[in-house]
Design a protein around this ligand. Structure first.
Ligand code: TTJ
Length: 643
């Protein structure tokens, strides 16, 4: 009996229909990124309960049946009848769009805003979802399917009075998502990040999908200070980790930073626990004040002479690792991926607090101040040298598209139909050149490992042959400020397809290439232009031609496909070839399996994949050989499952 429903509930159902019709509008994508988002969406509600002061433990479990469970020890979503809706409040939370926020009492909420679209969206995009609430010594349950209420909220047992919390289990809908397998690595790093940002909160991760279950616990008593320490692990420190937290006009500012002996900067920004990938006012405020203060001290100490120009912001941030986390009662996000903090007052207050705190710190720690200034001086020196190198190189006609010998370009000049394949190895490159559709497909062979851009200085990067060839070929420039500014409208290919062997070396080259794109042309990835080709692992050929005239050859893209093929065909009826690399395929096979848009399998790269690649690259550069080996092995395995 649907006794609780009245006219207003009709619009409720329509609301969730809209989510299923245009899921991308609510969760960004229907790829892996959107899929993982479902978990964050639910977990953010529990983090809000922590921020309100009532929850100390959150667990995320990836179950063997493809469902995910998020559980907390908060007060439990209210089960009483909602006065306006006439149904239990928990049912409103899961069936009314944007209903998440109305119940919570915490000013810096994550969920239910622009980023947290709410639990109802997850419900709408799940085959089924069940919520279980422990409250007042009783256990309540409710079930929904594809956003619609299936059972009324029922009391189904009792528990200790102090035992309170919310548990949500859901199965993502394969009608909506391209892939429904959660990516453990991304979820783990997100949980760890949440632990750094919320000292006092324990986050558990359980992966029950493998034969050997994985259980992890994230808890960081030292908060963002520990985050900076862990990012800098294995690097030579130049200063202590500096930390401050202050509140002004209801805006809270928390900063941790440390200088290390490296030629790069790494500043992460957060607002209300949300990672602001595109930066924004809080980051700008911090950078401006830091630049100002370091220049001031450098002049006061006579290290910068009257004739010297100021240190640039980049100089001052040379070797800096920093976390800037703000809490804002009414955050606004803008930018391509809505991850840029827009509120000007956040910038003003970060800048003001940073100014006061830096002055306090540097006045008491002269040695640290001198070390920071030394980092800036080093950068300024290199900057001057690089400026020279750059003008030298860019003025040479060599840096032009015509002299790009390796690229076998396509005939079409219409970028929307053009593709370029970056192919590992000269022999595979040769086959690909013969096999391709010359009109729309360009081939760019690269040899061996490409330069690790994470470590190299910019003039080295610009001098690297493989990288120059790529920049020249794509036509859209790269980073700002090096004489060839990035301009996506000049991109000459709609698809940039990385094509490497399905082995450890191939995976490594993929990682280095993604790192390069992530660092130098991130919008190529943001706008969905980057892909990885997945060549087949096996070729099976029936010994007798099928009577129905069908093709005796089948290409198998992974081991599961091979297992299935073996089930359908007796062992003696076919011959099996295992491809160890692209080089083993003749041009015809390469066309059929990997180049032909009708039959090939492409994996579109999302920015998280590339960020992960960049993180992996940083990690692989460390000096610890054993974990590095282990990592390459694990990664190679994953690549095969994905194919
Ligand atoms: C709201 O204000 C009254 C007391 O309970 C507050 C509340 O809703 N708390 C709450 C919600 N705790 N945990 C949740 C929650 C947890 C999960 C896993 C999923 C969802 C949608 C909410």
């Amino acid at each position: 009996m649907a006794s609780g429903y009245d006219a207003s509930s009709i619009s409720i159902l329509e609301g969730l229909e809209a989510v299923r019709l245009r899921p991308g509008m609510y969760i960004g994508s229907v790829g892996t990124r959107g899929l993982n988002h479902l978990i964050y969406e639910i977990a953010d509600n529990a983090v809000d309960e922590h921020l309100a002061g009532f929850c100390s433990n959150i667990s995320v479990t990836l179950n063997a049946d493809g469902t995910a469970t998020v559980k907390d020890n908060g007060r439990g979503i209210p089960v009483g009848i909602h006065p306006k809706a006439g149904i239990p409040a928990v049912e409103v939370v899961f069936t009314v769009l944007h209903a998440g926020g109305k119940f919570t009492d915490n000013v810096y909420k994550i969920s239910g805003g622009l980023h947290g679209v709410g639990a109802s969206v997850v419900n709408a995009l799940s085959v089924w979802l069940e919520v279980e609430i422990h409250q007042n010594g009783k256990v309540y349950k409710q079930r929904y399917e594809r956003g619609k209420t299936i059972t009324k909220l029922t009391e189904c047992g009792s528990c200790a009075k102090k035992d309170t919390g919310t548990k949500v289990t859901f199965l993502p809908d394969p009608e909506i998502f391209e892939k429904t397998v959660f990516k453990a690595d991304l979820i783990k790093s997100r949980l760890h990040e949440t632990a750094y940002l919320n000292p006092g909160l324990t986050l558990e991760f359980h992966d029950l999908r493998k034969s050997e279950p994985e259980d992890l616990i994230f808890h960081e008593d030292d908060g963002i200070k520990a985050y900076v320490r862990d990012i800098n692990h294995g690097k030579e420190s130049v200063t202590d980790t500096v930390y401050f937290k202050k509140k002004q006009d209801n805006i809270e500012v928390e900063v941790a930073f440390q200088y290390v002996n490296e030629f790069e900067e790494n500043i992460l920004g957060f607002c209300n626990n949300i990672y602001t990938q595109e930066g924004g006012s809080h980051i700008t405020g911090f950078k401006q004040k830091l630049t100002m203060i370091v220049n001031q001290y450098a002049r006061d100490l006579g290290i910068l002479k009257e004739k010297d120009g100021n240190f640039t912001g980049v100089d001052v941030r040379n070797g800096l690792t920093a976390i800037v986390a703000v809490k804002h009662p009414d955050p606004r996000f803008e930018g391509q991926t809505k991850t840029k903090l827009d509120n000007p007052d956040a910038g003003v207050i970060v800048s003001s607090i940073t100014g006061d705190e830096l002055q306090l710190y540097f006045d008491r720690n002269l040695d640290s101040l001198k070390s920071v200034i030394a980092c800036a001086e080093k950068s300024a020196k290199i900057r001057h040298a690089e400026e020279k190198a750059k003008t030298n190189m860019l003025s040479k006609p060599k840096f032009s598209i015509d002299s790009n010998g390796k690229l076998a370009n396509c005939e079409s000049k219409n970028a929307s139909e053009c593709e370029v394949f970056i192919v590992e190895g000269d022999s595979a490159g040769g086959s690909a050149k013969t096999a391709r559709n010359r009109k729309t497909q360009a081939i760019l062979p690269i040899r061996g490992k490409i330069l690790n851009v994470e470590k190299a200085s910019i003039d080295k990067v610009l001098a690297n042959a493989e990288i120059k060839t790529m920049i020249n070929s794509f036509g859209c420039g790269f980073l700002e400020g090096y004489g060839n500014d990035f301009d996506i409208s000049k991109l000459r290919y709609n698809k940039i397809i990385i094509m490497t062997d399905a082995d450890v070396d191939g995976a490594h080259i993929d990682t280095l290439l993604l790192t390069f794109f992530y660092r130098f042309m991130p919008d190529l990835i943001n706008d969905g232009h980057v892909y990885i080709a997945t060549p087949p692992l096996y070729r099976a050929e029936l010994k007798k031609k099928p009577k129905d005239g069908s093709d005796p050859v089948t290409y198998l893209f992974d081991d599961k496909a091979l297992d299935n093929y073996r089930k359908d065909h007796a062992e003696s009826t076919f011959a099996l070839q295992r491809y160890k690399g692209l080089g083993e395929m003749d041009p015809e096979q390469l066309w059929e399996t990997t180049l032909n848009p009708e039959t090939r399998l492409l994996k579109q790269i999302e920015i998280e994949d590339a960020k992960m690649a960049s993180d992996i690259t940083s990690m692989l550069m460390g000096t610890d050989v054993a974990p590095r080996r282990e990592f390459i092995y694990n990664h190679a395995d994953e690549a095969q499952i994905d194919a």
